[in-house]
Design a protein around this ligand. Structure first.
Ligand SMILES: *Cc1c(COP(=O)(O)O)cnc(C)c1O
Length: 385
């Protein structure tokens, strides 16, 4: 089955068995516990909803198939998913992370897991060769984002996984920006894929969720154990809502991609724009890698304005259609200011070291009519001085 078909059908198989009603979508199973006739035989394999829920399982099956994995787990948020993966590590373990990690992930490492003896080095690498120098004897994990947030740097996933496999290091990627529609990291030998499903997978700014997917049986078993042991599971209702969002993922991504191409073309010509970050541009330093490992360049674009922090703020506050809001990947266009919003928890010195300057703006291009998006950007740029 191809991607779009899987997105619609996997996990949504009608139940024609005796007592089944042939539902075309999976029902929302709210029961927290499942009665059994015999003490040793849970009914249909379910005993308690934290450990396993039919609606959540349907979603997890769907997610595993979209990412070409075998085991998938759904959580109450992206950060709950990330926490579960970090619990695979032990005190004394060292992690190498790509240098502009999502702010919340950085905060989790630096203010929570640091207390439990897990060390993080943020490193500017985009391939295996530039990474190899930072590997220490206790390096147990390489933490990737590609495209990164918000500078949209691209990491050569195959070259990183090749080095990591040789050294027995676990590789993890946060695939939120690319989505499984445009990038399949497990096929490039990355061990674990994470999503903030709050973004493109949900797609409508109405579900907070996260997920973890792997092909590896040992990792799958341990992650399943941790999901139940720690308990930050996705609710049946949110599992249903996410399954519903995923059905339109590929049509949404197609429109997101088309709109973004036009928005980038508009911004590239505008005299108030100092710099644009978008992997689809020929001038992007890792454009060739993006082309090799992705089927689309994403719908996130970041840009710096000429001027000061006030120019950036005036521009954003002059927008009429595009909302100023944290988050991304929804049908509506959203814009944010990393220095004061998503990346405010990264110290200014750290921020500027990796290029997150005060006039940097991140735009999540929605699927509205692109003429309206461009008209709004255009009128707001006129006001920004
Ligand atoms: C939003 C986001 C997260 C965190 O996910 P939540 O669902 O907000 O907990 C993690 N990684 C990336 C890249 C994100 O954009």
């Amino acid at each position: 089955m191809k991607f779009t078909t899987k997105a619609i059908h996997v996990g949504n198989t009608p139940n024609f068995k005796a007592g089944g009603t042939g539902d075309v979508i999976v029902p929302i199973h709210l029961s927290t516990t499942f009665a059994r006739k015999r003490v040793y035989a849970p009914t249909a394999g379910y005993d308690y909803s934290r450990s396993g829920n039919p609606t959540r399982h349907a979603l997890e099956k769907n997610l595993a198939s979209l990412e070409h994995g075998k085991y998938a787990f759904a959580y109450a948020s992206g950060l709950a998913a990330i926490t579960n993966v970090l619990l695979l590590l032990k005190p004394g373990d060292h992690v190498i992370g790509i240098d502009n990690l999502y702010g919340g992930t950085y905060r989790l490492f630096s203010q929570v897991f640091a207390q439990w003896g897990i060390q993080l080095s943020l490193v500017n690498f985009t391939d295996g060769d530039s990474l190899v120098n930072y590997i220490r004897p206790n390096t147990k994990c390489i933490w990737l984002e590609s495209p990164t947030n918000p500078l949209l740097k691209i990491v050569d996933l195959k070259s990183v996984s090749t080095i990591a496999k040789k050294k027995g290091i676990l590789t993890v990627i946060d695939n939120t920006f690319a989505t499984p529609c445009w990038q399949q990291p497990l096929d490039l030998d990355i061990d674990i894929v994470i999503h903030s499903a709050t973004k493109y997978l949900g797609g409508h700014s109405d579900v907070t969720a996260g997920c973890v997917i792997t092909k590896n049986k040992t990792l799958g078993k341990r992650l399943g154990f941790l999901q139940n042991a720690v308990g930050a599971i996705l609710s049946p209702f949110d599992s249903y809502a996410l399954l519903k969002g995923i059905k339109t993922l590929s049509v949404r991504m197609e429109k997101h991609g088309k709109n973004t191409k036009e928005v980038v073309a508009f911004l590239s010509k505008h005299k108030k724009i100092k710099k644009i970050y978008y992997p689809g541009l020929l001038s992007h330093p890792q454009h060739a890698i993006a082309k090799k490992q992705m089927q689309g360049f994403g719908a996130m674009v970041s840009f710096e304005l000429h001027g000061t922090i006030q120019t950036a703020i005036t521009f954003m506050e002059s927008l009429k259609l595009i909302h100023i809001a944290i988050s991304l990947g929804a049908v509506e266009s959203l814009i944010e200011h990393p220095a004061s919003m998503t990346h405010a928890s990264v110290p200014k010195k750290e921020r500027e070291k990796c290029g997150l300057f005060d006039t940097l703006i991140r735009l999540s291009v929605g699927i509205e009519d692109v003429d309206d998006i461009i008209a709004d950007l255009s009128q707001a740029l006129k006001k920004a001085n």
